[in-house]
Design a protein around this ligand. Structure first.
Ligand code: ACO
Length: 311
């Protein structure tokens, strides 16, 4: 009976074993995974744009090669995650349609503009740093294909984080103007980076169930705290400050206290009213439409090859 299947499913999850595509799973579990993994895949693909914006203006050949590799990695993560989503019975064409029609979300962080080359460094350091903080525990997610995808994604994200930090270290040992450029960029990205972890726990409708299913391993606030605690010493090494007067060490808690992100801004961005929301989706739609002939050619080629093999 369904009750037996449900009990068996929950036992597998609680024993920290993996649920695989052909295993029985509750509808809600499947739906939640499709929602989260698709949203994650969309974020990787949309996330190519803010940094891609600087590819033609990289300050040196070396920086350009690094940035190009990084942006291509994000494409790879997106494709990898779309494949993981497909194991749940949806297809990529449908997911892309959902994204460009605004029916599925992607991370709030990619709705902010990249105004200087320092943003490339700060995105690597803080945005990819926050992504790692959120994604390392997802390597142990109960759904096999998602957890395994995360292992590879996290390795590449840590390269991204380090290239960002190295870029900023270089700028910080340059001129006063370069140091100011880095600080100005940190000021713009700090709060949006904290918002990446999602709404506070008491306003996170999905957390409790996702934790019970061991899709998520920590709450949004736990991971946000972990990110603040790891970032403060790094900021000290770099010689930058975070734009939060409430940020201070709390010896009793053994953690940093910090201020409240602007959750109204977060809600607006998630609703599609971010500074670059319209532009991001318009670019994605154009890329999809301009690529239609490539998909048609690949499909025709596959069909021809299959029929040749059949004869
Ligand atoms: N940006 C956009 N939407 C968000 C964000 C965010 N930063 N945080 C939460 N939301 C959305 C949720 O998707 C959910 O909406 P929905 O129910 O319509 O899908 C709603 O806000 C409420 O949030 P929660 O109940 O907390 O949702 P959830 O349990 O899914 O937690 C989280 C959100 C932490 C982002 C989780 O989905 C997750 O860990 N996802 C995988 C990581 C990821 O997507 N990273 C992408 C950015 S990193 C990168 O690509 C470099």
């Amino acid at each position: 009976t369904t009750d037996d299947l449900e009990t068996q499913f929950q036992q597998i999850v609680e024993a920290d074993q993996r649920i695989e595509p052909r295993d029985w799973m509750p509808d809600g579990y499947r739906k939640t995974l499709i929602r989260q993994i698709a949203q994650h895949a969309h974020s990787e693909i949309i996330g190519m744009q803010p940094e891609g914006n600087w590819l033609t203006r990289a300050p040196s050949l070396r920086r350009k090669a690094i940035l190009m590799a990084k942006v291509q990695d994000e494409a790879g993560h997106g494709l990898y995650l779309y494949s993981a989503t497909e194991t749940l019975g949806v297809d990529r064409a449908e997911l892309t349609e959902n994204l460009i029609e605004g029916r599925q979300k992607y991370s709030s962080i990619f709705n902010y503009p990249t105004l200087s080359y320092a943003d490339v460094g700060v995105i690597g350091w803080l945005v990819d740093g926050a992504a790692i903080c959120n994604q390392v525990p997802l390597c142990r997610s109960s759904y096999g294909p998602y957890g395994r995808a995360m292992i590879r994604v996290c390795k590449e994200e840590s390269f991204h984080q380090r290239q960002g930090f190295e870029l900023l270290m270089t700028m910080m040992s340059g001129t006063d103007a370069q140091r100011e450029m880095v600080q100005e960029s940190v000021n713009r990205w700090w709060w949006p980076a904290l918002m990446m972890f999602g709404p506070p726990d008491d306003r996170s409708p999905n957390s409790a169930q996702s934790m019970a299913w061991r899709i998520k391993r920590h709450t949004n606030d736990e991971l946000r705290q972990r990110f603040v605690d790891m970032s403060v010493p790094q900021a000290e090494i770099l010689g930058v400050t975070f734009p939060d007067p409430g940020l201070r060490w709390n010896a009793e808690r053994g953690a940093y206290d910090f201020g409240e992100p602007d959750w109204d801004e977060f809600m607006q961005v998630v609703k599609g009213n971010g500074a670059t929301s319209v532009e991001r989706i318009a670019n994605r739609r154009a890329a999809h439409e301009n690529g239609a002939w490539v998909r048609a050619a690949a499909t025709a080629f596959a069909a021809r090859t299959a029929s040749e093999e059949g004869t």
